[in-house]
Design a binder for this molecule. Structure first.
Ligand SMILES: *Cc1c(COP(=O)(O)O)cnc(C)c1O
Length: 387
């Protein structure tokens, strides 16, 4: 696709057509799946196609990366990984032992654990802060020593909002980069690079693919600099690239990203409003609710809604929360998020000791089911869980 065409159409249109590439051989509107692991050398010993071997590169993966790079306005492009965790850890492994890292305290739990254990073993000095508190963030960065600020917004599972533009400013003044885990916002709601971030990470397992049938991760970068090159070297060296089948499925999933995300967010808002008023719910946590502490910032920083994720704190504490989850029928009791089916999870059970997650909290991932059915299911489960 030419640059003019890319500039003429909206992100929604380009995503629906996965960049509109037509297969030159058959004129098919769906690009073929490229499975070859190796490529023939030219007679003059060169590789005129640009492809040498399947571990550093794959055409189907490149096509899915082009969609993501367009969605995030990533001038340096996107890299797909075998999981969100592979993508996130590639950023940390591209740093050097001794580097100081500041990260959100409330963030994806498995990544927080990796940073505190494996990241520390790699030699990173990691400091966790409440990144929604900009003064605390500014105090934590050390000019010259801090190389990376890592934030997640909205952050799992309390959905606190961090000011991306302000965090970028704090990071840059200290000589550090800002990376944003934007999994729960997706490019439909937030575009961190446009707000000043340097790197955006997604667990593409979640709403980008959207069908709970692919494990994948992505990084998008603004600048094609030495650090981005170091990230590429980590992916190549560790063999972390996303396989062609998964890239193909991801591209198919992303074609409907906007329509899924907007519907799921509208349902999440409706659920949050009704649950906030429910007699058996102590608190509903959702950035789209005016009473949420990050609401005003979210209203400025997010567009097209506030996301498909919310949490509730159940009256009656941990037993009532687990009892509620035990009685759902339409919601599925499972970890993960962003699929077309709604999921419910008692997070404290999976996060274990040291988690900032309250024990009465249930995390909800809103899918595409009828929103009245979803509310009726929760209402019934809340009553049965308290019986
Ligand atoms: C799921 C998730 C991850 C990890 O991604 P995987 O694809 O499971 O490795 C990271 N961050 C957030 C916010 C997530 O929800």
């Amino acid at each position: 696709m030419t640059t003019t065409m890319r500039n003429r159409w909206t992100r929604r249109s380009l995503t629906a057509q996965a960049m509109g590439e037509i297969d030159p051989v058959t004129k098919g509107v769906v690009p073929p799946l490229h499975l070859s692991t190796t490529y023939v050398r030219d007679e003059d010993n060169g590789y005129s196609s640009g492809f040498v071997y399947g571990r550093p590169d794959n055409q189907t993966t490149r096509e899915a990366e082009a969609v993501l790079a367009m969605l995030e306005d990533a001038e340096a492009g996107a890299l797909l990984f075998a999981s969100g965790s592979a993508a996130a850890t590639a950023v940390f492994l591209a740093l050097s032992p001794g580097d100081h890292v500041v990260a959100s305290r409330v963030m994806y739990w498995a990544l927080r654990n990796w940073l505190a254990t494996e990241g520390a073993r790699w030699g990173l000095a990691v400091e966790f802060v409440e990144s929604d508190d900009l003064a605390a963030l500014a105090r934590a960065v050390r000019p010259g020593a801090t190389k990376l600020v890592w934030i997640e917004t909205p952050s799992n599972p309390l959905w606190t909002i961090t000011d991306i533009a302000a965090a970028a400013d704090i990071a840059h003044r200290a000589g550090a980069r800002l990376a944003v885990d934007s999994t729960c916002a997706s490019p439909v709601h937030t575009r961190p690079l446009a707000l000043g971030a340097d790197i955006v990470m997604h667990s593409a397992t979640k709403v980008l693919n959207g069908h709970s049938d692919v494990i994948a991760g992505a990084l998008c970068a603004r600048e094609d600099d030495a650090f981005w090159n170091a990230v590429k070297t980590v992916r190549k060296g560790q063999g972390g690239i996303l396989g062609p089948f998964e890239s193909y499925l991801l591209m198919r999933g992303m074609r409907t990203l906007h329509v899924r995300q907007e519907r799921q967010s509208a349902s999440a808002l409706a659920l949050a409003e009704r649950l906030a008023a429910h007699p058996l719910v102590a608190r509903a946590l959702y950035p789209g609710l005016p009473q949420h502490p990050g609401h005003d910032l979210a209203a400025r920083q997010m567009e097209n809604g506030f996301g498909y994720m919310l949490s509730i704190q159940v009256r009656g504490g941990e037993a009532a929360a687990i009892g509620t989850a035990a009685h759902v029928e339409l919601f599925k009791r499972a970890t993960s998020l962003g699929g077309v089916e709604s999921l419910i999870e008692h997070r404290a059970s999976i996060e274990g000791p040291g988690s900032p997650c309250p024990v009465d909290l249930l995390r909800l991932s809103t899918g595409l089911e009828d929103v009245d059915d979803l509310f009726a299911d929760l209402d019934r489960a809340l009553r049965a869980g308290h019986a």
